[in-house]
Design a protein around this ligand. Structure first.
Ligand code: CTP
Ligand code: MG
Length: 240
């Protein structure tokens, strides 16, 4: 199959509706099909905002975002979002079983598929320790899961749909290094373009390229070595 998931930001600027502050300014970069891009930048630099524009949770104020050379505004919202697995920074589980939460958004998911996604998301073992395992009720009236467990259920929910584009917003922040490493390794078997926001340079270094944003602007994009040479801010982040 032809690799899909080519993403282009073409001079994108963004101001949240009802505000005046420019959150993203003239952002331009491309991500190749199947590439893994880490997005780093200090808190408030616009990383989550940049992510939210891709599935059109918000629309760019200026410029255009294209997926596989078509503007995202040309897709139906349903088709656009079906091709994207988006794990938000603070994922929400709905009231229902663990299995239902993982299968959400994919019709006719089999038990086998649910377990497979959970294993890849490194949450299977924790689920097996719950009283009713995959049938355990979570959400408002269910058992309380840790932030990291919710993140991994949300990752399983994204993986089970085998998306063209996978987006993780700081989704591995709560994981220990070994679990994170296993997760990143498991994700390699999915042929999707991956964007991952991370605070950790060690995680960013595992990506093909790194996008550094600061105050809504792209400061640099390239490999770890390239950024070390080209960006003084990157040097400072690495040595801090
Ligand atoms: N912002 C806003 N309205 C929102 C969300 C964010 O005005 N509904 C502003 C924030 O105040 C911030 C800027 O947009 O100045 C960028 O926010 P965000 O994209 O959330 O920044 P991140 O880089 O994701 O920050 P963090 O690392 O803390 O998640
Ligand atoms: Mg954020």
């Amino acid at each position: 199959r032809v690799k899909q998931g080519f993403i282009t930001f073409d001079h994108v600027s963004f101001i949240y509706p009802g505000t005046t502050k420019s959150v993203l300014s003239n952002v331009r970069f491309s991500v190749n099909p199947g590439e893994r891009l880490a997005v780093i930048g200090s808190t408030g630099s616009g990383k989550t905002s940049l992510f939210q524009l891709i599935p059109r949770l918000y629309d760019a104020t200026e410029g255009e975002i294209r997926i596989d050379h078509r503007p995202t505004t040309d897709y139906t919202l349903d088709n656009l979002r079906r091709s994207i697995g988006y794990v938000p920074q603070s994922p929400l589980l709905f009231t229902g079983t663990v299995a239902e939460n993982i299968a959400w958004g994919k019709e006719h998911a089999s038990t086998k598929e649910i377990i497979h996604a959970a294993k890849d998301a490194q949450i299977h073992d924790a689920i097996m320790e719950l009283d009713n395992q995959y049938q355990t009720k979570v959400g408002q009236k269910g058992v309380n899961l840790s932030g990291g467990q919710k993140q991994r259920i949300s990752i399983a929910r994204a993986l089970i749909r085998n998306p063209k584009i996978l987006m993780l917003d700081d989704s591995t922040s709560a994981l220990d290094l070994t679990t994170e490493s296993k997760l990143l390794h498991a994700m390699e078997s999915y042929e999707c373009t991956t964007l991952l926001i991370t605070q950790k340079i060690s995680t960013a270094m595992r990506a093909d390229r790194i996008l550094l944003i600061d105050e809504g602007k792209v400061l640099a994009i390239g490999t770890h070595e390239e950024l070390l040479h080209s960006s003084s801010l990157y040097q400072r982040i690495v040595t801090s």
